[in-house]
Design a protein around this ligand. Structure first.
Ligand code: P6P
Length: 308
C-alpha cells in the first residue's frame, strides 16, 4: 500500500483511530512537501540571527521547511501533536492521538557546501516525549542527487523498511526493501577526536585498520550510506557533551527504528535507542547505528573500558 488510500481514508473518515493509517498519511504528506522544501532551499542559505531550542544556529531554510511541514502535517486527521527540532514546545493540531516529531532539515549546515541533507520523521502513537517503542512509523527524505524517502510503517518489531523515489509531483514510488548488507564498509563518526571519551577512542583504535571513514555532517546522509553499504554511523557521547549531540525524539528514535527494521542494531552505548527513557522532547542521546555484529562489538569495547 503506498499510503495514498490511507490518506484518503483519513480525510473521508475524519479523525481515525488507526495510528498506522494516520502514519501512512503522514509519510504521504511529507513526500508531497518534499519538492517544495527542495525548491525553497536555493534562496534560503543565509543564517538568521536566531538559535533553535538546542542552541544551534538557524538557517532561513530550517524555518521555511518547519513552517511548511507544520501546516501540512497539522492538517492530517488523527494527528494531535506536531513537534519540531526548531520549536521549543509541541503544537496542538487537533483531537488525534498520533504525535509527529520532525527534524525539518537535518544537516542544514550542508546547504552552504551543497552537500546532502534531509527531513526526518518520527510518528508516535501517544503523547511526547515518547519511547521509541511507541513509534508506528519513521522515515527520512534525502535531498541528494535524487530525492528519495526511506520509511517503514508498523510497530518497531514488525516494520519492514523500503526506499521510495519521490517524484516532482510529491508522489512516493516504492523501490526495493532495505536490508543492511553484512559486510561492514563505511564508518562515519561525529564529534572531534580529542573530544571522544576514552571508551569510544579505544573502540576506534581497536578497528582502525578496518575503517573506511566517510562522514558527511548530515546524520541521515551518513545513515543512508550505512543502509546501502553496511558499517557504522555514530555520534557518540563526548567529553564536552556526555549525552552526545543528536536528539532522541527527532533523530535517535527514527533512525533506530529504520536501521533495526533493516536488520541492524542501534545503541546509546548500552542498549537499543528504542529503549532509552524519554525525558524531554529535546533530550540528547549518544547515537550508534549499523550492522548488529558491529554494534555488539562497539558496546563490548565501551564496557571493557568502563570496567577497568
Ligand atoms: P557536527 C546536523 O546539524 C546534525 O544534527 C546531524 O545531522 C549531524 O550528524 C550532526 O549534527 C553534525 O554535527 O558536529 O559534525 O557539525
Amino acid at each position: 500500500m503506498d499510503g495514498s488510500d490511507a490518506g484518503s481514508d483519513c480525510d473521508s473518515a475524519g479523525a481515525t483511530d488507526d495510528p498506522f493509517a494516520v502514519a501512512e498519511a503522514v509519510l504521504d504528506v511529507v513526500a508531497a512537501a518534499a519538492p517544495d522544501v527542495r525548491a525553497g532551499l536555493p534562496g534560503r542559505r543565509r543564517y538568521l540571527d536566531d538559535e533553535n531550542p538546542s542552541g544551534e544556529d538557524v538557517l532561513a531554510a530550517d524555518l521555511y521547511a518547519d513552517e511548511l511541514l507544520a501546516e501540512m502535517v497539522g492538517d492530517i486527521d488523527g494527528v494531535g501533536t506536531y513537534a519540531s527540532e526548531e520549536r521549543e514546545s509541541t503544537v496542538d493540531t487537533g483531537d488525534g492521538d498520533v504525535s509527529v516529531a520532525v527534524d525539518p532539515l537535518d544537516g542544514s549546515s550542508n546547504l552552504e557546501s551543497n552537500n546532502p541533507m534531509g527531513t526526518v520523521i518520527a510518528v508516535y502513537d501517544g503523547p511526547l516525549p515518547a519511547s521509541g517503542r511507541d513509534l508506528v512509523a519513521a522515515g527520512f527524505v534525502l535531498y541528494g542527487p535524487v530525492t528519495t524517502m526511506v520509511a517503514g510503517v508498523g510497530a518497531p518489531a514488525d516494520a519492514t523498511i523500503h526506499e521510495y523515489l519521490v517524484t516532482g509531483e510529491g508522489d512516493r514510488e516504492q523501490l526495493e526493501r532495505i536490508e543492511l548488507p553484512d559486510d561492514p564498509t563505511v564508518y562515519g563518526f561525529g564529534g572531534r577526536v580529542p573530544d571522544w571519551p576514552d571508551d569510544f577512542a579505544a573502540y576506534v583504535g581497536e578497528i582502525e585498520d578496518e575503517l573506511k571513514l566517510r562522514y558527511g555532517g548530515a546524520m541521515i546522509a551518513d545513515v543512508s550510506q550505512v543502509l546501502s553499504y553496511g558499517g557504522v554511523f555514530a555520534y557518540p557521547a563526548l567529553e564536552s557533551a556526555p549525552d552526545g549531540k543528536l536528539r532522541l525524539q527527532f533523530e535517535g528514535n527514527p533512525v533506530a527504528y529504520l536501521v533495526e527494521g533493516a536488520g541492524g542494531r542501534s545503541s546509546d552505548g548500552a542498549r537499543s535507542l528504542l529503549d532509552v527513557e524519554a525525558t524531554g522532547i529535546h533530550q540528547r542521546v549518544p547515537v550508534h547505528i549499523g550492522n548488529a555484529a558491529l554494534i555488539d562489538r562497539l558496546e563490548a569495547a565501551l564496557n571493557a573500558v568502563r570496567q577497568r
